[in-house]
Design a protein around this ligand. Structure first.
Ligand code: PCG
Length: 149
């Protein structure tokens, strides 16, 4: 069982797509291990996107991610990082394949609805940044054996 961090970005909340997209992860067979809505501070946004600090789009990205509430989740399951990345599609909604979340709902490189950790190492760093350990729950799901052996 692997964990990944998913952010339902401000555009996702404003467009009322959180439920629909979260449903895709549940239907896939992944599980919600943690979930909350927060207003992202400038400090948290800058920490989360630290690797993009030198990019020209960084100031706009921070304005975007702090521009309204987000829903943030820890999603767990077999190979959860890669599975969620695949379901999200390419960064740009213009390039993302139909059938992926961004391919189905976005036409933007920045306003691409969700973020998912890009590696298990990033997932560990990002989960520790956004959640306290006690906010992440490990629990049994009835019928789990029918989802993943
Ligand atoms: P995410 O959260 O997966 O990782 C970095 C984010 O920066 C990305 O999604 C986009 O929201 C944003 N981003 C990446 N590339 C560009 C770009 O070229 N222009 C703009 N405006 N935003 C970008």
């Amino acid at each position: 069982m692997q964990r990944t961090l998913v952010i339902f970005k401000p555009d996702c909340v404003q467009r009322r797509l959180v439920g629909q997209i979260l449903q895709r992860f549940e239907a896939k067979g992944l599980r919600i291990a943690a979930l909350k809505m927060i207003q992202v501070s400038k400090e948290l946004g800058e920490q989360h996107y630290a690797e993009h600090k030198e990019r020209p789009f960084f100031p706009g990205l921070i304005r975007f991610i702090t521009g309204g509430p987000v829903v943030v989740a820890v999603i767990a399951g077999p190979e959860a990082v890669a599975v969620v990345r695949g379901m999200m599609g390419k960064t740009s909604g213009i390039e993302a394949a139909p059938g992926t979340i961004r391919g189905d709902f976005s036409v933007s490189k920045q306003n691409n609805l969700i973020h998912g950790s890009d590696s298990p190492e990033s997932a560990a760093r990002e989960i520790a940044l956004w959640f306290q350990p006690e906010e992440i729950l490990d629990y049994d799901l009835a019928g789990q054996d029918w989802v993943a052996e």
